[in-house]
Each structure stands twice: as structure tokens, then as C-alpha cells.
Design a protein around this ligand. Sequence first.
Ligand SMILES: [Zn+2]
Length: 77
Amino acid sequence: MSDDTAPEAAPVCSAKGCRAAAVWVLAWNNPKIHTPERRKTWIACEEHREHLSNFLDLRGFLKDVVPLAEWESPGAP
Ligand SMILES: [Zn+2]
């Protein structure tokens, strides 16, 4: 039962135990520990995008959900 066809360089979903290739970037910020302009990111496969974004949204952390192909890091400061 191996479906591991993704190349090793492919980013893997942040969901616990998931090894699927990520296709979404979830940008979030925890105002208790991060400055407002700070963005943490999780990456998610198609299956876990909703689960992970709901998790962040419930806590008021979710800022943005962007396709991985379109995600451009503005250059870490
Ligand atoms: Zn996943």
C-alpha cells in the first residue's frame, strides 16, 4: 500500500501524520504571541485545507489561504 509518488522536494502537508503534497498555504497570526504583521504559515493538501483552516479560524488566527503555486514569500526580514 504505497502511494508515495511525490518527489522528496515537494512540500508536505502540515496536518499530523499526513504525507500528501501540499497545495495550499494558510497564513496565520496568533495575536498573543506574534506582532500583528507577523505571518506564520501552514501548508496543506487538498484534503486538509478545510480542517486546518477551520482550526485556525475558530481561534481567530487565520489571515489568508493562498494556493501554494501563488504563494510568494515577500522575503523574510
Ligand atoms: Zn494533508
